[in-house]
Write a protein of this length. Structure first.
Lengths: 350, 350
């Protein structure tokens, strides 16, 4: 099996996880400049915005970095009844908490699927493309392969890892239940595999013949060492970068992460319609208590857009999605370079 | 910190997990005779039954073994309305599947709390007592300590580990979300911590000053090595013993475990009222779909008793609780001695 560092042209087998709303070009560049791999999240963005972010990152580093795509299919038939009930609930909440409410019209929902971004990535000679929520389609995979682009898929189960290998992935990120943010799961829409990294990683290692990145809960030399012992060729770290100097997270979000403990996070569909792990807050509890149907991703994500933007702008931890993993409380405020350097020192000797 | 093997008077830091309905005196003795620690489950049993099982085990081994207690408080006020609704649902199910239905009278529910067993354990000179679902009370802890009995508590979060240390535990079993069977959680009745072992174990190791047993997902040399790397002084293994020759599991249950994959198990309250991980089956799906309130443990456990017994007797995998962890499919049919010997060979060099 080819060596991960050789495939990715990096010095250290460490990947900074792509975190939409947290990761900035400055973070990606700092990580790549330190000899690891930064990942720029582009999921759901327009091609203009994607190009802009790629160029900003390139201006800050000559090293390779990855871009990350959301490789899912469009939302199923929109259920207008569910949407109406959800909007009514969100309006009540806004009234209660004195937020401005903006009704969303499902007819005008816009979402940029990953297919729109491929030309930009090819034109910009992006060397590494990671993806989550599914499998890149055949034509796109072929186009990337022809250009020598390295493809990283995301699996939350053995079955997903096998599908990704079959579809041409070069590397697989194995996402344990510990990981913060959205579950990469794609073989079932209603449930999400909830396998702990400790059990999942060796079982995936036995099932596929690709280098694996361990993701979820990694924060110190013990977890780094174990990731390799369990079968990983490298590690992907997200939560340790949330409070980084270069992070776009609000201060309320950073504070919540720094004060998190092992049981502070839960899985929720409340914010986007997709399962994701974040620090439990009032909005998640309200949604849970209400028990109404949460429209599928990306519908719920769009219904929530104005509330999320308002909460983010006004630094309100109870209505912003504070994605974080189960070891997130072990993070610290520091530069992305220092966080990366610290992780490098945790690597086991070759 | 004292060495785990020294404290427990064993040759190898391996504990066979206590599994009610699976573990037999023959299994416990075989594991202890191989130099590891067998655990005899006594939770909920009468003192006569407990004494009988302890004596059966003693007849088969001169080595130390542990007994396991359910250290929970009695069920809260019984809600008769919830019980009536549940019984109606169970009766419908029995009709549909052509099972005999036995209505249970909540006034006659009998459950043997652990306090009843203490005299037996002291009289029988049991050297090691492990417990789950809570903290042994102060008087009982003192009585055990006076006799030099080693106490092992079970934690599913950092907070629970701290409570157990404070209450006088000598060793803590750290139960990751991967583990099969009942969650040992005790600080909240409505939810259960769902922390992956990978994230939980090092965080507990930093928080308490006791030797830790890693539990959940351990099945091969990679997972054994990682358990120690993450901070454990020993390992507790359950699922690998379900299909053992000495196991009391039905053949249907064994087959389901041997054919399990990484995502075959889910957490459910359907069988007992307490959260537990088992292989998903028709009964769990029906209960989930019905969405009615599941009475607290031990009420639901008692309402289910006749159905469970019938399914067990008739080898029906869809109505028996097939507790198993996320790596359970990696087990094999073998003698408990051979399973233990294989685990011993996986231990990292001292």
């Amino acid at each position: 099996m080819a060596d991960l560092k050789t495939i990715l042209h990096i010095d250290y087998p460490i990947v900074q996880a792509p975190m939409l709303g947290v990761t900035t070009p400055a973070m990606v560049a700092a990580v790549s400049n330190a000899g690891a791999l930064g990942s720029l999240p582009l999921g759901g963005l327009s091609s203009d915005k994607a190009r802009e972010l790629i160029r900003q990152t390139k201006a800050l580093t000559d090293r390779p970095f990855a871009v990350n795509l959301f490789a899912h299919a469009p939302a199923k038939e929109v259920n207008r009844g569910d949407i109406a009930i959800m909007q009514e609930f969100l309006q009540e909440l806004c009234l209660e908490f004195n937020f401005p409410f903006e009704a969303q019209n499902p007819d005008t929902f816009q979402f940029h699927y990953y297919q729109e971004l491929i030309d930009v990535l090819l034109e910009e000679n992006v060397p590494i493309v990671s993806s989550t929520f599914g499998v890149l389609n055949e034509g796109i995979t072929a186009a990337f392969k022809q250009k020598g682009v390295v493809l990283i898929g995301t699996a939350t189960s053995v079955a997903e890892a096998k599908v990704l290998e079959q579809a041409g992935a070069d590397i697989i990120t194995v996402q344990g239940i510990e990981a913060g943010g959205h579950r990469g799961s794609f073989l079932s829409e209603d449930t999400t595999p909830q396998v702990g990294l400790f059990s999942l990683l060796p079982q995936v290692a036995d099932a596929v013949d690709l280098p694996l990145l361990a993701a979820g809960g990694i924060y110190d030399s013990r977890t780094v060492k174990s990731a390799f012992a369990l079968g990983a060729a490298g590690i992907q770290v997200g939560s340790m970068f949330i409070a980084a100097d270069e992070s776009a997270a609000s201060n309320a979000y950073k504070e919540a992460v720094l004060n998190a403990h092992d049981t502070s996070t839960v899985l929720t569909q409340a914010f986007s319609g997709r399962w994701a792990r974040g620090i439990e807050n009032e909005f998640m509890r309200r949604m849970d208590a209400k028990g109404i149907t949460i429209p599928y991703y990306t519908i719920q994500n769009q219904l929530m857009s104005s509330i999320r933007a308002y909460a983010q702008k006004n630094n309100l931890p109870d209505f912003v999605a504070m994605w974080a993993g189960q070891s997130a409380g072990k993070s610290a405020r520091a530069s992305s370079r220092d966080i990366t350097t610290k992780l490098i020192r945790m690597l086991p000797p070759n």
